[in-house]
Design a protein around this ligand. Structure first.
Ligand code: BJW
Ligand code: ZN
Length: 244
């Protein structure tokens, strides 16, 4: 059933969506914005935590210098997230698993909201805020949504850190390579709610297009990727996606 307000979508995009089998979806912070999760670079400004721009506090250099400060920033973020729920955009993307024969969801988000909406096999390029990892043996620990986070590694007793990818750090082994391979063989690529400024994630739409895919961006603002996209749907993900 068509929704009452169908967004501005071209006939070409409709045709592509109807026939595509291999689809890659790249999401960013904007997908969670309508759940109440702050973006990093909203409204021309960057998020700031206790006077520190997020790219300073969310950096490998800060982790080396002051791990407790990095934990404090992530503890605060988990507190905010605890009260929030997936929105219509997460739900629409989860429903695409049934719609497209071969869907790959690649997210830069660390909030876990795609999984909570029912998406499976999500490729998390920048990790997950609900996990911690040992700074020595790399063992991953779940961070419970209620109660205290684990203080030290169960295996070796060393310090834990958030299991997220900070600026200047490498992505999880294999995650980007997997996404790259899927980008290179998709027929349709959706780029949703990302400023397209952070690499290597921002290179995926270009890889998809060079391999012949139709690339469609959904974002209320123009981004660093808009000019290369085959179609730009201007609007909020939670309003546009249910109509696609
Ligand atoms: C809506 C909406 C609605 C609002 N609906 N939309 C090549 C060139 C230059 C630099 C580099 C390069 N390759 C690598 C680098 C260095 C660096 C980088 O990219 N720097 C650039 C900023 C210049 N990359 C890295 O360091 C990466 N590591 C790496 O490459 O390792 C190898 C290496 C090491 C050392 C040197 C060189 C190479 C790691 C990147 C890790 C990023 N980590 C963060 C923090 C995660 C932890 C945390 O959560 O704190 O990940 S940074 C932050 O940005 C976060 C996000 O995942 C990421 C992307 O942001 P995103 O999702 O695009 O959000 P916003 O806020 O930017 O945009 C929101 C968008 O939503 C906007 O467009 C809105 O309009 C829109 N929106 N409401 C739809 N309702
Ligand atoms: Zn350990």
């Amino acid at each position: 059933m068509q929704p009452a307000t169908t967004p501005n979508i071209s006939a070409e995009l409709r045709r592509r969506v109807e026939t595509a089998r291999r689809v890659l979806v790249l999401t960013g912070a904007g997908v969670s914005a309508e759940s109440g999760v702050p973006t990093f670079r909203g409204g021309g400004n960057s998020a700031v935590w206790k006077g520190l721009p997020f790219d300073v506090i969310s950096s490998g250099a800060m982790l080396e210098r002051n791990l407790p400060a990095v934990w404090e920033w992530f503890d605060y973020r988990r507190d905010v997230l605890r009260a929030l729920a997936p929105n219509a955009a997460h739900e629409a993307i989860a429903s695409w698993q049934e719609r497209f024969a071969d869907l790959t969801l690649v997210t830069q988000n660390v909030d876990g909201l795609h999984q909570r909406a029912g998406s499976r096999n999500v490729v998390e390029l920048h990790g997950n805020i609900w996990r911690a990892r040992c700074t020595v043996c790399r063992l991953v620990h779940e961070v419970p949504s209620e109660g205290e986070r684990p203080e030290a590694c169960d295996e070796c007793g060393n310090e834990l850190r958030p299991d997220v990818v900070l600026f200047g750090e490498m992505l999880p082994p294999g995650a980007f390579e997997f996404a790259l391979e899927r980008a290179a063989r998709c027929e349709m690529c959706f780029v949703i709610g990302t400023s397209g400024l952070v690499y290597p994630a921002a290179s995926l739409p270009e890889v998809a297009q060079s391999s012949g895919a139709f690339v469609c961006e959904i974002n209320p603002e123009r981004t660093a990727l808009s000019s290369m996209c085959d179609e730009v749907v201007v609007g909020k993900a939670g309003e546009v996606l249910p109509g696609i």
